[in-house]
Structure formats: C-alpha cells, structure tokens
Ligand binder design. Sequence first.
Ligand code: GNR
Ligand code: NI
Length: 174
Amino acid sequence: MALLEILHYPEPLLKKTSVPVTVFDDELRQLAKDMADTMYDAPGVGLAAPQVGVLKRFIVMDCSTGEEPDDLIFAVNPEIVAREGDAVEEEGCLSVPGFFANINRAAQVRMRYQDLAGNTLERDADGLLAICIQHEIDHLDGVLFVDRLSPLKRSMFRKKYLKMLKEREQADAT
Ligand code: GNR
Ligand code: NI
C-alpha cells in the first residue's frame, strides 16, 4: 500500500487545470489504487489527482456511509452533463485542512466519465455524492471550495488560514 502526499493550499499546483487522460494502462491503475488508499487513510470521501500532484483528469470517491462498502468510484475524464436544483452543504477539503464552509451547489447531477478500462459510463447522483462530484471536478479545473465563497468570506478565510500557517511554522521552529 502506497500513501501519497496530499498538497495543501496555497500550493500553486492546486490552481492548475488538469489534462485529459488518454492512456488506460497499469500506471493509471496503480495511481487509482494509491489514491484510494490515500483517501481512505486521510480519511476523506473523495480525492482528485491534482491533490497528489498529478495534473490528470482523474478522481476517486466513496460517499457510502458504511452500508454500501463497495461504492468506490474511479472516474476518468469526468464531466457533468446535467444539473438540477440547489443544495447547500458544509464542505471541507483535504487540501485545506481545518477549514469548513457552506457552499452552494446543484442538488442533483449526471456525471459522464470513463472507467479504468476506458469505457464511457453515466451516473446520476444526489446527496453527498452529487456535492462530492462537483467538488472533485472543481479540483481538475484548479478551483478550491474556498474560491466559491463570497469575496468577503474568501478574504477572511485567506487571512485566517495564512495566519494559522505562520503560527504553526513558528511553533515548529521552536
Ligand atoms: O473528505 C471530503 N469531504 C467533503 C465534505 C463535503 C464536501 C466535499 C468533501 S470532499 C473532501 C475530500 C476532498 O478534499 N476532496 O477533494
Ligand atoms: Ni478537496
């Protein structure tokens, strides 16, 4: 089992747009396995490749709450092809540890994606999975949930978060 290092805000790689996956090979399958291990270890309900420094359009998710242990989803080149309704959920992000905020999203989405063999599939989602799909695809476009806050809340976040990082740095140095 290989755990990957999760990059944290304000790492510049998290702002980049990821490129489509064109090769469905062992390297992709290894990345899938390592990302799933890393997500479960964190623990988190989703992980996007750029969060581990790989700028490819690939995400893993498991939003099952124990009752469906086999709901691990690997989605290559995911896109949202339909969205409906509005939902507000408190979100967090493994790349922004310790910070949570309410974010507006679509309540239901249809995701088109490819599996690890390159087959194209579609899946309808609501609840936490719909939120997670939108959160993870944002990562592929270099967007973090804090980018979706109002300008005022976003600047408050930035100040508070950078201050916390500085304090932690000073604590580590002593
Ligand atoms: O683990 C995670 N929980 C979560 C909760 C609410 C909305 C989105 C998420 S995704 C997050 C893991 C993560 O950062 N994925 O990119
Ligand atoms: Ni995230």
